[in-house]
Design a protein around this ligand. Sequence first.
Ligand code: Q9C
Ligand code: ZN
Length: 678
Amino acid sequence: MASGTGLIYNDQMMSYNLLWDFPACSIEVPERLSASFEKLKQYGLVERCIQLSVREATEEEIILVHSLDYLEAVKSTAFMNVEELKSFSYKYNDVYFHPNSYYCAKLSLGATLQLVDAIMSDRIRNGMALVRPPGHHSQKSDACGFCIFNNVAIAAKYAKQRYGTKRILIVDWDVHHGQGTQYTFEEDPSVLYFSWHRYEHQQFWPNLKDSDYNAIGKGSGTGFTINIPWNKVGMGNADYLAAFLSILLPVAYEFNPELILVSAGFDSAVGDPEGEMCATPECFAHLTQLLMPLANGKLCVVLEGGYNLRSLSESVCMTVRALLGDPMPPLVGQMAPCLSAVETIQNVRAVHQPYWKFLKYHEGVIIKDPSTKKLNFAIEEHKLESADTTDIEKKMTVFSMEKQDFDEFMDSHMKNVLVLAPSVRTAWAGDEVKSAKLDRCLKVEAKETSMEEAGILISGGDATQLENKRLLLSLGCIFPLIDKITKREVRNGIVVAPTLSSSIIAAQYSITVGASRVFLLLLGEADIPTDVKADEKILVVNVCAKQDKMRGNNYFIPICWEGGNECDGDLLHATFEFILPLAYGHRPELVVLAVGDNTGIPAVTLAHLTQLLQLLAEGRILVISQASDLVDTLTSSLLGDPLPTVRSFVLNEENALVLMKLRQELKQHWKLLKNSVL
Ligand code: Q9C
Ligand code: ZN
């Protein structure tokens, strides 16, 4: 089992810079690297990573993507004077050359390949390469947009060639469209390219039609290019999260990559002069951890853009924290994507409908005339999300901030989102269960619980079930675990309990000991008392077999599989389309996951669900399993081990329709459920 996070940095990649006045390129400075590395040191993150060394890429590696002529041309820049460099640079679009550019471009690519090697040979689990020049705009015979060699595209070809990697996912969260990467793989179904980018209906650089939502790949690669064009600035945490949950993650699970490469540009973060977006640094930590369950955790993060040094360095640190498996701070801001983002998401889902199973049951049609093209755009938008006006106003002020004010804003923001990891990751309590995984966990002593103590927590419930001694025994295990989790002595916990009703009492108990909001996800049959259903502090989602369960309010949500026996993909589908959007919207301080013993859900799927739920509530989750044979799998997931992949992704049509209907009913209240304007 591969463990550890690799980090590659070398200050030799700072040895080139812009030598003449060229405003379009003035933001790409050597300090981008040193600022990021200094911040990593400040936070003590460097010593927690495994440092890898850089090397120069070979010519053979460079020509995996680039032409020989282009390689020779770039090579010749090492001997040019400033005038020659200038005229060479102007042959391309927004890129500059320096006598050291060729050398640094070889180091930048070599560092990326070193990271791929370490991950593919299981020496580390994941890692980040802090490199410049960036790569994703460069094409077969062209430098472009500060990029000389396409690090990530070459890395994908290299992994295919050297390790026989069959499916590679490239996630390009840089605020610009990585057209170089798209062109490299547009006909290749073995490389799925996902990119979001500032687009503004082609008004934004590089102003290509190829960046729009309807550029989806060619030939046998059709459907394997996914573009998310943002048609306005100011996109934030909720917009990025919505794009991941409603498009990327379901597709990625269906694609089942063996390796994930991230073109990690942080010009998509708040304060960046190029992007003018609003996502805060911890958003990138969430994006990272949302990808970590895939590809056995083989995640290779490679720096691209990012031009606000403060925002860049904080975002780099958050990404590295996520790779290390640290608990995530909650995402700030209203968890509501804006109208323009929803329109984009609707269009992307509509054009990709024929290629991905999970989109088959999509109600959307393509919006030809989006709100951003209308004259009264601002008014229209505020109508749809009047609740968010303060949020939007806040966003607008960030754009106009002076540097000093921005740094103050960041100082206070980063203090607010600082999360300290408990020294123990996983605790358990109860009878001996045969699971080697529990050896790596803290055993917590059960304490005797009286009927009164437990009974107080159920008003109007069925008191006779409390006579069940076994329930009291399991509560004696559950309460101390919740105490330890809420006191931050341990991050998460697991217990085997004979009945799922203990999970309802667990949720109530955690409110009495101070949690403001709890998310209870119940997989299986359980009687839920009316007062719990009505309690807005406890969001209950109950995944159960077909039966007559009335919803009634926004805080008790039964997902009843009308289609009977659910298929492998149904729960995963529900997780992205439904469970995670609700959970992010609720902002719980504790998650309780209760797993019944006859759910029919494959253990692997449960492991993925358990890992994904750890993104909420700073990782505070209590898992209550009815079946002891699931303990091994669930504990492994709580410990943060890399997960086996989900092989099949079959959806039951009736069940998909159930989710669609529920989403329509609930999306006014839970706004992350919006993936179309209908
Ligand atoms: N307003 C990367 O982020 N255009 N490249 C600059 C100045 C070029 C960005 C225009 C932007 C290139 C890797
Ligand atoms: Zn960029």
